[in-house]
Design a protein around this ligand. Structure first.
Ligand code: 13P
Length: 342
């Protein structure tokens, strides 16, 4: 069992590759479709996922794709189930298994992620359907009074319960404690909150006997709040993020797969690139981007089949740039290649 977990984790952080997070819940996906001018429906959600998963050349840069339950059960228009389509390209299918962040009793402005009920049975079914890794996202907000120790503790506890159940089912857990960057807080505060959260998470993972070699961590980068007047340079973001992780993430963890979290595509790529240029770290430094890989394709597509090829070119381009950043070989010149190839 532990060999299988180690092998899956290693495949997900293979050199030059990272993860596409295409596991938006129906509610989130519908909001994104609407914002791009597309009338949301099950068929539109399916079509967008087909567009992404059939993009020629993307699999060179993508090791795994996280799916939402609806997508996990859907197929291409010619009838190939999505998990099989991915496996056929050497891409590992993954599944989001939390059921969302809900108000935390007694601290209603904070959130607790739910989804533990029936998880053991759901994991067994997902494994049979081809899933070899999973995701659970905890959400921690920052303001003058948040996060509370209570919020950090219960989210860390739930993440570890999820991770232990995944490993029992031979599924690699991606442990995602996301510290949100909404707000006016400084990068110093983001760093100290991120450190406190990671400390609590790794305490719980140890308590609950999670095999560190058979999991991946999906953290936020350490950024100043998006509305903070004092914005750090990309170098400072990269240095602070690595410092925070080195202080709190055991070397036994095989890989760190960052979320993009609403950064611009180029910022998310540049900062990942810088971290990969800052010398060897104890773990692989990779990505598990949602918006950072898909946003440009969605804006181009707009639900229009005439735009399919152009949208796929956008996604292929982002996958190529982000894959290069994963090796520390990205440059601004790569961004211009797409413009000149059109
Ligand atoms: P973003 O990269 O858009 O933040 O999404 C990644 C993700 O899976 C968040 O849970």
């Amino acid at each position: 069992m532990s060999d299988e977990l180690r092998e899956t984790a290693a495949a997900l952080v293979a050199q030059g590759k990272g993860i596409l997070a295409a596991d938006e819940s129906n509610g989130t996906m519908d909001k994104r479709l609407k914002a791009a001018g597309v009338e949301p429906s099950e068929e539109m959600r399916r079509s967008l996922r087909e567009l992404l998963f059939t993009t020629e050349g993307a699999a060179q840069h993508i090791s795994g794709v996280i799916l939402y339950d609806e997508t996990f059960r859907q197929s291409t228009s010619d009838g190939t189930p999505f998990p099989q389509l991915l496996q056929d390209q050497g891409v590992v299918p993954g599944i989001k298994v939390d059921t969302g962040a809900k108000p935390l009793a007694g601290a209603e402005e904070e959130k607790i992620t739910e989804g533990l009920d029936g998880l053991r049975e759901r994991l067994a079914e997902y494994y049979d359907g081809g899933a070899r890794f999973a995701k659970w996202r905890a959400v921690i907000g920052i303001d003058d009074h948040r996060p509370s120790r209570y919020c950090i503790h219960v989210n860390a506890h739930a993440l570890a319960r999820y991770a232990a159940l995944c490993q029992e089912a031979r599924i690699v857990p991606i442990v995602e404690p996301e510290v949100l960057m909404d707000g006016v807080h400084t990068i110093d505060r983001a760093e100290s909150v991120s450190e406190a959260v990671l400390a609590a998470v790794f305490d719980e993972l140890r308590e609950q006997r999670v095999l560190l070699e058979g999991m991946l961590l999906k953290p936020n980068m350490v950024l100043a709040g998006y509305d903070c007047s004092d914005q750090p340079t990309d170098d400072v973001v990269a240095e602070r993020t690595l410092r925070c992780l080195r202080r709190r993430v055991p070397a036994a963890v095989p890989g760190i797969v960052f979320l993009s979290g609403g950064q611009s595509d180029e910022d998310a790529t540049t900062r990942l690139n810088l971290m990969n240029q800052m010398g060897p770290q104890p773990w692989e430094i990779s990505f598990s981007y949602g918006r950072g890989l898909q946003a440009a394709a969605l804006t181009t597509w707009q639900g229009n089949s005439d735009k399919l090829a152009a949208a796929q070119a956008q996604y292929r381009h982002r996958a190529k740039c982000t894959g290069a950043a994963r090796r520390g070989e990205y440059s601004g010149a790569m961004e211009r290649e797409l413009a000149t190839s059109r």
